[in-house]
Design a protein around this ligand. Structure first.
Ligand SMILES: Cc1cc2nc3c(=O)[nH]c(=O)nc-3n(C[C@H](O)[C@H](O)[C@H](O)COP(=O)(O)OP(=O)(O)OC[C@H]3O[C@@H](n4cnc5c(N)ncnc54)[C@H](O)[C@@H]3O)c2cc1C
Length: 377
């Protein structure tokens, strides 16, 4: 009987053990290598400083990277992780660590982008969750799959994009979302989530609430237009396109315009630690907005479909005088009041405390509650 004639690893082992001692040795070495690989995957007290864009200097008690579902299963089969808290890590661009992480951090390295199907109007593009978001956007632009261009240059990975329904320049991923697959940490099955299952809202999804920490998102499929629907009414896109000398719009030109605007406005995390907008834009009832408008005629607000008004959190913060303020190494960015920054060695708690002060000032001045967008860990 030959080695490859055996169906399962179990039967292979059984066969070996019943047969010659040489094969037993081969099996033993193979098993040892597997154990070694497994143990190599789990690091203890791993520094997370370079794995979060705030650059907060904390450690993870356990740290492992996975590149396949098998890896996830292998890592989690270790009994010591049964009751250990777990955090899935993508690019670390929407997190604030306020302490060392006393659990297992699972870093997602699932890779692959694929056109899974197409119909008369749409391309269905499936991306593994560990792909870098902007690289997927660039891939789609290269192949003329339209719809992601306004979301160019958002940091992070694909797996986190449905978590908070990422959005920028008038587009959210819910607008181009088809479905996602996720690994259930409890029953170890893969479930497919439709758009409705995800319960998307403004920087919200089911994964931030009732399903928080229950699933690892493993892939996301986007439904992208064959005929582009240009969305250039938001922000300074039109102005930037004009400055670029663009007359005939294209998804490539819009992406470039968005990148130019973002590069000129947002601090680069490679230079100053930050996680983008720290706060969400608050929603208030129209009556409240009208009341504030009398007192503050320049207040910035946008009408929502439900009749409520969304206020620009950056404007509110600016009015409280926090823009550009620095406390120790933590600060409110001098050009973007919505962005809190780490000027060097700020602790997560210092940034958190600064955010509390900002929240309190806005509440006191306007009677409006700001909500943090960044995940506090
Ligand atoms: C300079 C800058 C600009 C930004 N601009 C924008 C913007 O314009 N619009 C916007 O929406 N956001 C923006 N962000 C925020 C951030 O880029 C996004 O939220 C991004 O999607 C986070 O991806 P990530 O991989 O870094 O997630 P991480 O920070 O690693 O994780 C964020 C959350 O998602 C969870 N998570 C991550 N991957 C998975 C997974 N596979 N399965 C389950 N849970 C998972 C984590 O546990 C955590 O709770 C900006 C950030 C920065 C630093």
């Amino acid at each position: 009987m030959r080695l490859d004639s055996c169906q399962s690893e179990y039967s292979r082992r059984l066969y070996y053990h019943k047969s010659c001692p040489k094969n037993k040795l081969v099996d033993f070495i193979e098993f040892g290598i597997k154990l070694l690989i497994l143990s190599m995957k789990i690091l203890e007290y791993q520094s997370l400083k370079k794995l979060n864009t705030f650059g907060i200097d904390v450690t993870a008690k356990y740290f492992a990277e996975f590149s396949s579902i098998n890896d996830i299963q292998e890592i989690l089969s270790n009994s010591k992780f049964l009751n250990t808290k777990k955090l899935i890590l993508g690019g670390g661009s929407n997190l604030l660590f306020t302490q060392n992480y006393d659990g297992l951090i699972l870093k997602n390295n699932l890779k692959g982008i694929e056109l899974v199907k197409q119909d008369a109007d749409f391309y269905y593009v499936k991306s593994a969750a560990g792909e870098v978001w902007h690289e997927v956007v660039m891939h789609c632009i290269k192949h003329n799959y339209a719809g992601l261009e306004n979301l160019s240059l958002i940091p992070g990975n694909v797996g986190a994009s449905p978590m908070q329904n990422i959005g920028a320049y008038g587009v959210e991923i819910k607008d181009v979302f088809y479905e996602l697959e996720a690994y259930n940490l409890a029953d170890k099955t893969i479930r497919t989530f439709s758009k409705a299952d995800c319960k998307f809202g403004y920087r919200e999804s089911v994964f931030k609430h009732e399903l928080k920490n229950k699933y690892i998102i493993t892939s996301v499929t986007f439904k992208l237009f064959k005929t582009p629907q240009f969305n250039t009414s938001y922000g300074a896109i039109e102005t930037e396109l004009a400055a670029m000398g663009i007359i005939d719009k294209s998804i490539r030109a819009i992406s470039k315009a968005v990148c130019n605007i973002r590069n000129s406005k947002l601090p680069n995390p490679a230079e100053i630690g930050n996680a983008g907008s720290f706060f969400k834009n608050p929603e208030v009832v129209r009556g409240k907005y009208e009341f504030l408008k009398i007192k503050y005629p320049t207040i910035v607000g946008y009408e929502l479909e439900n009749g409520n008004m969304k206020l620009a959190a950056g404007w509110l913060i600016e009015q409280t005088g926090w823009k550009g303020k620095i406390l120790g190494d933590a600060g409110v960015h001098k050009l973007q009041a919505l962005v809190l920054v780490n000027y060097g060695n700020a602790k997560g708690n210092e940034i958190y405390d600064l955010s509390t002060k900002v929240l309190e000032s806005v509440k006191e001045k306007f009677g409006v509650e700001l909500e943090r967008e960044v995940n506090i860990i």
